[in-house]
Write a protein that binds this ligand. Structure first.
Ligand code: TMP
Ligand code: MG
Length: 206
């Protein structure tokens, strides 16, 4: 059986990642795939609750301390994510280590220092970057509710994301409509899943 694919959606706040993740999970399920959604930060865990308190301004934390909590929140999910991938379940992941590095670096922390705690995490097989100019994000509902949702920081975050971008990233123009983006994301994801299935068949023949 083919290992599940790890599909990541990254981007600034209000780019539409959560909407696209939900639509992607539903579409793949409809087509008979085993698929699950993961979201970071995962606010349901003890660490996640601390992160939530920080993001909603209920709690103050040192910049490095919160950076490490975001990373720990990924590490605590690792064994289960690996188990699911090994069992052939595809994971659709809403934010991951790139967000961790982009936000903390934008706040002024050193880039290499920020990358270190996430070293060794399972790697995505496919990364989409939903790119939205900050002026557009600001117009969207809910912008400004949480700690990092201000123009100055979001612009820096976007710059760091674009600095982190590798040639494998699939760039999605997040000014496009929900169905247009979904169509593109689904197509590229299905190609990636098929590629994984083909690789597994060849491995069996060897
Ligand atoms: P969310 O809106 O996707 O729940 O994310 C909450 C905020 O946390 C968002 O502004 C991005 C930020 N963030 C980090 O600063 N570091 C991280 O590692 C992650 C996953 C998110
Ligand atoms: Mg948010």
């Amino acid at each position: 059986m083919a290992r599940g694919r790890f599909i990541l959606l990254e981007g600034c706040d209000r780019a539409g990642k959560s909407t696209q993740c939900a639509k992607l999970v539903a579409a793949l399920q409809d087509k008979g795939h085993a698929v699950e959604l993961c979201k970071f930060p995962d606010r349901t865990t003890t660490i996640g609750q601390m992160i939530h308190a920080y993001l909603t301004n209920a709690k103050e934390l040192d910049d490095k301390a919160i950076h490490l909590l975001f990373s720990a929140n990924r590490w605590e999910a690792m064994q289960q994510m690996k188990r699911k991938l090994r069992a052939g379940t595809h994971l659709i992941v809403d934010r991951y280590a790139y967000s961790g590095v982009a936000f903390s670096t934008a706040k002024g922390l050193d880039l290499t220092w920020c990358k270190n705690p996430d070293r060794g995490l399972v790697r995505p097989d496919l990364t989409f970057f939903l790119d939205l100019p900050t002026v557009e994000a600001e117009k969207r509902g809910g912008f400004g509710e949480e700690r990092y949702e201000n123009r100055e920081l979001q612009e820096k975050v976007r710059e760091v994301f674009l600095q982190l971008k590798s040639k494998e990233w699939v760039m999605i123009d997040a000014r496009h409509s929900v169905p247009t983006m979904h169509h593109e994301i689904l197509k590229v994801t299905e190609d990636k899943i098929r590629e994984g299935e083909r690789d597994a068949e060849f491995a069996e023949e060897d």
